[in-house]
Design a protein around this ligand. Structure first.
Ligand SMILES: [Zn+2]
Length: 332
């Protein structure tokens, strides 16, 4: 996928900055421990000179001396860890720490783009729907069961809203755990304000943290992108839309929030079918949230989409009161 040059440069800069930051932080840690435990400074000096000697011997092909030096080097490393730990530092305190351990903040693994790089591209392309700030507060740590009542039993589901949401949250956690294996799709149904978007965000956060690529779009925004992609001429925004389109089909998880709030027409219906179908063929998971009932989905999007969703998505119906209203009423 061709990314425009300025955007590509922006990402490369971001990776350069990460590496510089890692290096700077390591320098700060070194300064700190060398002041506290001077022997560690001498030890590092010895390790560097030993490694230079190893390099020379390797070039000369002197393998028996090389083996000896390697053993010495391991002894020094062990001593370093011992000193760090006995002085109350973590064993890896003098190692570089990475934002992404998989690619060591280079963006690539064996010449292939790392998932963190793909997500960086997605974040850039979708900067106006960037999840990062939202996810600081909308994640499982902040999920509260207090908004779900245990006072009545729902006629259809046969459980209270609280029992229902507890089951759903447990199911979401297992969805995350088995994400790679199951390639499952979810449909969150329920009235406005019962916590569908919040749950979508909880899942997004966990999967992003695990290194998967996740794109969150409201249905309105999704179809806006698709329209630009389909009908846009060769303008800057249509090039962006074309990149965005590839990601919509290819990201590990696509979240379509609030399906049914977009302007519905034959274009949106055909595009929705394409996305649902194509992602299934590619074995990529999708989560859809909607206020619509089964009948609404059928009448709005037609039999083809309806039957796909009913048969291929695990349905999670959330019941309860409008949390936004409860919060506003109680001034939370
Ligand atoms: Zn990475």
């Amino acid at each position: 996928m061709a990314l425009k040059k300025d955007k590509y440069n922006q990402i490369v800069r971001e990776y350069d900055n990460r590496q510089l930051k890692n290096k700077h932080e390591l320098d700060m840690r070194r300064k700190e421990v060398f002041e506290a435990v001077p022997e560690l400074k001498q030890l590092e000096h010895d390790m560097i000179s030993l490694s230079a000697q190893c390099g020379r011997l390797a070039v000369m092909g002197d393998s028996s001396s090389l083996d000896k030096l390697k053993t010495q080097s391991l002894d020094l490393q062990a001593r370093q860890i011992e000193l760090l730990v006995s002085n109350g530092y973590p064993a890896d305190y003098l190692e570089l720490r990475y934002h992404c351990d998989t690619c060591k903040d280079t963006g690539f693994v064996d010449g292939e783009k790392c998932n963190c790089y793909k997500q960086a591209v997605a974040d850039l392309l979708y900067s106006d729907s960037n999840l990062k700030n939202i996810l600081l507060h909308e994640n499982f740590n902040y999920f509260s069961f207090q908004y779900y009542s245990d006072d009545y039993i729902d006629d259809v589901l046969g459980v209270s809203p609280l029992t229902n949401i507890q089951k759903i949250v447990a199911g979401c956690k297992s969805y995350i755990k088995n994400f790679d294996k199951n390639k499952d799709n979810l449909l969150f149904m329920g009235n406005t304000g019962v916590g569908k978007t919040f749950l979508c965000n909880c899942i997004a956060k966990e999967l992003l943290d695990k290194g998967y690529t996740v794109i969150y779009l409201t249905a309105f925004r999704l179809f806006d992108i698709l329209e630009k992609y389909k009908f846009g001429r060769d303008t800057e925004s249509s090039i962006d839309a074309s990149n965005q389109f590839s990601y919509i089909l290819d990201c590990d998880l696509l979240i379509i929030d609030d399906l049914g709030t977009e302007m519905n027409n034959t274009f949106t219906t055909s595009q929705l079918y394409l996305i649902i179908n194509e992602r299934m063929l590619r074995e990529k998971s999708t989560i859809i949230s909607t206020n619509l009932s089964y009948e609404d989905i059928n009448s709005k999007y037609g039999e083809r989409i309806y039957s796909r969703v009913i048969s291929k998505y695990s349905i999670r119906r959330i019941i309860g009161k409008d949390i936004r209203k409860i919060k506003a009423f109680n001034n939370i």
